[in-house]
Design a binder for this molecule. Structure first.
Ligand code: SAH
Ligand code: SF4
Length: 344
């Protein structure tokens, strides 16, 4: 086991503390951030504007490697799924989705997920642990490194796990992703999706808000939502929507609500009618996600006709509603299909 500290777990101030311990000036922290996140170098030896002595000290005390890539699968539609193995043998996945001018990486924040949504394969896997800040950021750096010159444009926290259940490490990763001398992802290029943990949504709102918010809604009444998403017992629909109403938004910013369309569960005309009423007073847009079926789960995708009718009903009420066509389904890389294990 590597006993050294992991340098990607340190924010700017902590890095300053580290270089101070070595008797070095604060601006060295900025240089290190630039090398790790902007230049994406894989060793201290390449940080050529640092003295040899400082590089050696860093090397002795801290590690800077990324999670080990164990496999890559490429979908017919061009999206790619990456399997990473972590130090303790846990495995996680990230998905790269190229789309017109965009290259979006979907990253994981936990190995497994403890929230147990019934329709989600990640939720069926046992929860192992939270990822460290370094493991969250490492997914981005590792993928950037593999796709030289074609950098990522967007990051979505929609991979394995519930980002707000790993609040501290996720928030720190967001902060580091925002650094203008590092990865430079602005707020509008990062989207965090949550199952709806109200206290953490509030804490995120109070922090200096470094991402766009997406909320997995998936039902229009408490009973169905509790059946599909047990977390609704603790944080019921109406309370969740009130928290969204209070969430501070920049001008023109909106909250995205994800709505997975499952046959006979949440795809009725009544559901489509209730939605605009529920979302009243929230600057919202809807992402309708046709359910990705799995032989391991009993649910079916809503019919194409239903999906279109559902969308029409929302559009008629002046709600923005986009159908998010699934990517990477042939390699089990679509929403809700990540399990951290490849069957090659
Ligand atoms: N835990 C967070 C982040 C994961 S994002 C969250 O739940 O929001 C995963 C997204 O995929 C969620 O919006 C979820 O509702 C959706 N999803 C899960 N399983 C799915 C499936 N089988 N088909 C389509 N979407 C699914
Ligand atoms: Fe966890 Fe999100 Fe899947 Fe629910 S949908 S089990 S919160 S990853």
């Amino acid at each position: 086991m590597d006993e050294r500290i992991d340098i990607k777990n340190l924010d700017r101030n902590e890095l300053k503390g580290l270089v101070r311990q070595f008797g070095k000036e604060d601006y060295r922290a900025r240089q290190i951030i630039h090398w790790i996140y902007h230049e994406n170098v894989d060793s201290y030896a390449k940080m050529t504007n640092l003295s040899k002595k400082l590089r050696d000290l860093l090397q002795k005390t801290s590690r800077m490697d990324c999670p080990a890539l164990a496999a890559v699968q490429t979908s017919r539609d061009g999206s790619q799924k990456f399997l990473f193995v972590l130090d303790d043998g846990e495995s996680i996945e990230s998905v790269l989705i190229p789309d017109k001018g965009r290259r979006t990486l979907c990253i994981s924040t936990q190995a497994g997920c403890s929230l147990g949504c019934r329709f989600c394969l990640t939720g069926q896997r046992r929860f192992s642990r939270n990822l460290s800040t370094s493991e969250i950021l490492g997914q981005i750096l590792a993928v950037q490194r593999m796709s030289k010159n074609r950098s990522l444009t967007n990051i979505v926290f929609m991979g394995m796990g519930e980002p707000l259940a790993n609040f501290k490490n996720t928030l720190k990763a967001l902060e580091i992703m925002n650094y203008d001398d590092g990865l430079r992802f602005s707020k509008r290029r990062i989207t965090l999706s949550t199952v709806g943990l109200i206290p953490e949504i509030e804490k995120l709102g109070q922090s200096s808000q470094r991402c766009r918010l997406a909320v997995s809604l998936n039902a229009t009444n408490c009973e169905t939502r509790t059946f599909l998403m047990p977390v609704n017992r603790q944080y019921p629909l109406e309370d969740l929507l009130d928290a969204c109403r209070r969430f501070p938004l920049a001008p023109r910013e909106r909250i995205t609500f994800e709505y997975v369309l499952i046959k006979g569960m949440n795809d009725s005309d009544e559901d489509a009618k209730r939605l605009p009423r529920l979302l009243q007073g929230i600057r919202a847009k809807l992402n309708l996600i046709p359910y990705n079926e799995s032989p391991l789960l009993p649910f079916e995708r809503a019919s194409e006709g239903r999906i279109l009718a559902f969308q029409q009903a929302l559009l008629q009420k002046n709600l923005t509603a986009i159908i998010r066509r699934s990517r990477g389904a042939d390699i089990s890389a679509a929403c809700g299909q990540l399990r951290g294990e490849f069957r090659i």
